[in-house]
Design a protein. Structure first.
Length: 298
């Protein structure tokens, strides 16, 4: 009996610890970029959706922006093509664009179903719907890589309308240019552009790494929190490379454009969102504004 009571008290302590964060972020917008291994593992997928749904039920206004990279590559292979990447961006010819739109549409509606199973209203849209995401062709170091878009405008009203009507928007990263041609958008880029446009309080990247390291080979060099200026210094030093470099550039860009906090989390950790947002320690890397008030760290 005493052991059971201790377990109950621990649960109560967890709830009490979360209270100030729930109060602080009540009615605030949080954009969650969802992709990587957490998307391909069914159990992790359900955990992420449960986390986002809980955030909504306790007062947040979440928006999910999802990728579909591994599933797209699988389908590209099924039609006898080979996935090609230049500087981390998928080379997207017309046929690959059709495949990407099909796969992202399936992923989108699957996530909608999972949210609605938990009793929350969700609406799945792509960046084409209502002209949500307008793009220009994106070049990779001057190289034409096909139908890959660079977001130039976000019609935030569409998302505000959904949020105000108590829907959870789930966005597939596809947009159109001025000629109404369809473009694939890097999901990180789409999430960053949306977070800036809606004035999100938080932007969260769910990734396949624990967070940011000064030296990835040295696990003791993990960075739990840094300012936008410190992030810029890391970028300019050349220490950060690979896929983390464009992600960190997106993080600092978001902070400089009004997003209060950006978090890089390991989506493979069950309930990483809740652990980062509702506990004092957190588990990932948080990028904050240079003048941020650290009295309530998360």
């Amino acid at each position: 009996m005493e052991k059971d009571m201790q377990q109950l008290l621990k649960k109560a302590e967890v709830l009490i610890e979360a209270l100030p964060y729930i109060q602080k972020f009540n009615r605030k917008i949080i954009v969650v970029k969802y992709g990587g291994s957490a998307m391909s593992n069914e159990e992790l997928q359900k955990n992420v959706i449960k986390d986002v749904t809980l955030l909504k039920l306790v007062g947040f206004k979440p928006i999910i922006v999802h990728g579909g990279g591994k599933a797209i590559s699988n389908w590209v292979g099924k039609v006898g093509k080979e996935a090609q990447f230049v500087n981390g961006l998928r080379v997207t010819d017309e046929e690959t664009m059709e495949i990407a739109e099909m796969v992202l549409g399936r992923v989108n509606k699957s996530l909608v179903s999972m949210v609605q199973e938990l009793g929350v209203k969700a609406v799945g849209i792509s960046g084409k719907d209502g002209g949500l995401l307008k793009v220009d062709k994106k070049l990779s170091n001057g190289q034409d890589i096909g139908f890959v878009g660079d977001v130039k405008k976000v019609d935030a009203k569409i998302l505000y309308d959904l949020l105000e009507n108590d829907f959870l928007p789930i966005v597939a990263p596809i947009g159109m240019d001025d000629n109404f041609d369809t473009y694939n958008i890097n999901a990180d880029d789409a999430a960053c552009a949306i977070a800036k446009a809606v004035g999100a309080d938080k932007l969260v990247f769910l990734t396949d790494v624990e967070g940011l390291y000064r030296d990835f080979e040295d696990k003791s060099s993990f960075i739990s929190r840094l300012t936008a200026s410190e992030a810029d210094d890391l970028i300019n030093s050349g220490i950060i490379g690979g896929g983390m470099l464009p992600k960190l550039n997106n993080c600092t860009s978001a902070i400089k454009n009004g997003v209060s906090r950006v978090h890089i989390l390991d989506g493979r950790v069950p309930h990483c969102l809740l652990l980062e947002i509702f506990t004092k320690q957190g588990i990932g890397t948080a990028i904050i504004a240079d003048d941020d008030d650290l009295t309530l760290c998360n």
